[in-house]
Design a binder for this molecule. Structure first.
Ligand SMILES: Cc1ncc(COP(=O)(O)O)c(C=O)c1O
Length: 210
């Protein structure tokens, strides 16, 4: 679909809301090459995947691909409302200071929260924790009778042969908050400070309900 008329290609390095789809081998690298050939920007949406979620600071690191622009939000300020856009090269010159403003953009309180969040992620080694505990979560989930388990770090999706909406409601009654992104798909994105014991409890509850 990309040709010389294309301005930019937007991709999530791991699709979140769609049900945690991790791209195959060199999908992102191929996207990068196609964009370069056609003179299009490659823009990665790391709103869900950024800040350690996939066991790297940014999911793009799994592929080695360098995008022109990265969109960020969610974890950037530890849950306080903030979004950001990072750009490099010629795309970083497209916006100049004062071109783009909004009432609360760049507010000092939120920016302080973001800096504190980054310090905590670094000091508490939450990126490494995401990789380690994510591997554990995925291996425990794989013991359940799921049709497919996908994921990177603490971002795991599983397809089940049952009504996932009702499973989510029943899990909530047992104090476990999960999310179904489709009729037959669950998405698990626990906080990066989740403990092994909490993961065991989640897996136990899903197992019981199945
Ligand atoms: C991958 C992804 N991109 C973008 C958005 C939208 O972000 P915002 O609400 O900051 O516009 C979301 C929201 O869930 C998302 O998951």
């Amino acid at each position: 679909a990309v040709n010389s008329e294309t301005g930019a290609v937007f991709l999530e390095p791991v699709q979140g809301e769609a049900g945690v789809y991790v791209p195959d081998g060199d999908y992102l690298k191929t996207a990068r090459d196609i964009c370069d050939d056609q003179g299009a920007l490659l823009i990665l949406d790391e709103v869900q995947t950024g800040f350690g979620r996939t066991g790297r600071w940014f999911a793009k690191e799994h592929s080695g691909v360098v995008p022109d622009v990265i969109c960020l939000a969610k974890a950037i300020a530890g849950g306080l409302p903030m979004g950001a856009m990072l750009a490099r090269g010629s795309s970083s010159e497209a916006f100049r200071k004062g071109d783009h403003g909004s009432t609360f953009a760049g507010g000092p309180l939120i920016c302080a929260a973001a800096l504190a969040t980054i310090d905590v992620i670094r000091e508490e080694k939450l990126v490494e924790r995401s990789e380690d505990l994510g591997r554990y979560l995925k291996s425990e989930i794989e013991k359940l009778k799921a049709q497919e388990v996908r994921g990177l770090g603490l971002m795991v999706g599983l397809d089940l042969n049952c009504d996932c909406k009702s499973l989510v409601e029943k899990a909530l009654q047992k104090g476990v908050l999960i999310n179904n992104t489709g009729e037959h798909t669950l998405r698990l994105i626990p906080p990066l400070v989740v403990t092994k014991e909490e993961i065991d409890r989640v897996v136990e509850v899903i197992g019981e309900l199945l």
